[in-house]
Design a protein around this ligand. Structure first.
Ligand code: ATP
Length: 427
């Protein structure tokens, strides 16, 4: 079953608004079992919308449209769709009631012409009621294709899609949902990972499973998907392949599916009943941001000292000024003392510290932009590692933050293994 997406709005073509709706829709539709064959982004012009509707209707059985359903004169989607499917626009009383109720909740008692026009729907269409906004969605079949028009406001469209459109499509079309699992890896760049996994990947192909490498700074997500007729069988086949992958790269698997670096470390800390403190120089609080994005992080995260200036490294973290003088702020010696300093200062069980040259300036022959030292400390030891990332500042910061969390994860896991009593048994 093929799907085509049309995103309508001048702002999408002027670099003012990022077309996140298409991104959301491609993901949801693929998961539901569609093959998304195209995305058209068009302005609020009759001719452009009409052309996109014709094109999409010929290429796909389902066409999903977002934007241009609002109350203002530049919202053209509904009238152009009416023209394309050759239907009149008629007033729908239940939609008008929804709009009245919504406006009343916002303290508005009179309904203007613009909002009244939002209660106009295509004659004979299926109306998708909007519980959180004023523009209803519209569903209409025409010449072998179904057109589903939804509001442009991302959260309205997402709610409509998840609660109403996807279930309706699944009830109507024979879709085979894709079974997907993702494995998050760190510590190996995409190209090296692909080389390490060549045989495993070939095995996936033979089984009819698909693999996608999805890199983000500091991580590569491996997404395995199957769309066979038997969901349970697919789940088992994927689980077997993940077990095989665990044996090939045991130390580089960070998490699964929707895991984030912050969530994984949070889980590890919670499991160990331990606390964490951070001392951030080049990451400037980004490690703290990743950790505190998780609800309940206060159970295990104590806080951070953002030691950007050398004076803060010495005064707040107790790093010896002579050490900075001799080795430079971006050095193993300094980052180790930063981690140990913040651990003592905040009384944490684990700590991590970063010091690097994020760029674009500040690099030298010996320490080029991208050079980053990271140290992770526990009560029993401190480990440190040098990374050489790239030239781009924001990527270096993200990579450093993820690498720091990965080092904490490894340290917690290794310390946990070391403190587990040997239960004996055959060796
Ligand atoms: P409403 O009736 O609620 O105004 P609408 O269908 O008229 O909805 P638009 O006026 O096109 O929607 O857009 C409403 C908001 O949603 C705007 O802030 C717009 O920038 C944003 N938006 C529209 N299309 C997209 C898109 N494809 N991706 C992300 N944001 C979008």
């Amino acid at each position: 079953m093929r799907a085509h997406i049309i995103a309508v709005g001048n702002e999408l073509l002027e670099g003012k608004t990022l077309d996140t709706n298409s991104h959301f829709l491609t993901g949801r539709l693929t998961d539901a079992g569609f093959r998304v064959v195209g995305v058209s982004v068009v302005g609020d012009h009759r001719e452009a919308i009409l052309e996109a509707l014709r094109f999409a209707g010929q290429r796909a059985e389902y066409v999903f449209i977002t934007g241009g359903l609002g109350p203002t004169s530049d919202d053209r989607t509904k009238e152009v769709l009416a023209e394309h499917v050759d239907r009149a626009l008629v007033l729908d009383e239940s939609v008008l009631d929804d709009i009245r109720a919504l406006l009343a909740r916002r303290g508005i008692r009179t309904i203007g012409e613009g909002n009244r026009s939002q209660a106009l729907v295509l004659e004979g269409c299926r109306v998708i009621r909007n519980g959180i906004g004023t523009a209803p969605g519209l569903w209409i079949g025409h010449q072998g294709a179904v057109f589903v028009a939804m509001p442009g406001v991302p959260f309205e469209m997402q709610e409509m899609m998840d609660r109403q459109v996807i279930p309706a499509v699944q009830a109507e079309a024979a879709l085979v949902p894709v079974v997907q699992r993702a494995v998050l890896t760190t510590g190996v760049p995409e190209s090296s990972l692909a080389a390490m996994l060549r045989d495993w990947e070939a095995g996936l192909g033979k089984e009819g499973l698909r693999l996608a490498y999805l890199p983000t700074p500091g991580m590569v997500k491996l997404r395995i998907s199957a769309d066979g007729p038997d969901r349970q069988h697919d789940e088992k086949r994927i689980a077997r392949q993940i077990a095989a992958l665990q044996a090939i790269i045991p130390d580089n698997i960070f998490g699964y599916d929707d895991d984030t670096a912050g969530a994984v470390v949070g889980r590890a800390l919670r499991g160990a009943g331990a606390t964490l403190a951070t001392a951030e120089s080049c990451t400037g609080g980004n490690i703290a941001r990743l950790i505190t994005a998780e609800p309940g992080a206060s159970d295990y995260y104590l806080g951070s000292i953002i030691a950007y200036a050398n004076r803060v490294k010495t005064e707040a973290l107790g790093v010896d000024a002579g050490l900075i003088e001799t080795h430079g702020a971006v050095s193993e010696q300094v980052v180790v003392k930063m981690a140990e300093g913040v651990m003592a200062k905040l009384g944490a069980d684990f700590a991590v510290a970063t010091s690097g040259i994020a760029g674009p300036g500040g690099g030298t022959q010996e320490k080029p932009v991208g050079t980053t030292w990271i140290a992770a400390a526990s009560k029993s030891r401190t480990v440190s590692k040098k990374f050489t990332f790239g030239e781009r500042r924001h990527v270096n910061i993200q990579k450093s933050a993820v690498a720091a969390l990965d080092m904490v994860r490894r340290l917690i896991s290794e310390d946990g293994r070391a403190s587990t009593p040997d239960r004996g048994g055959p060796r």
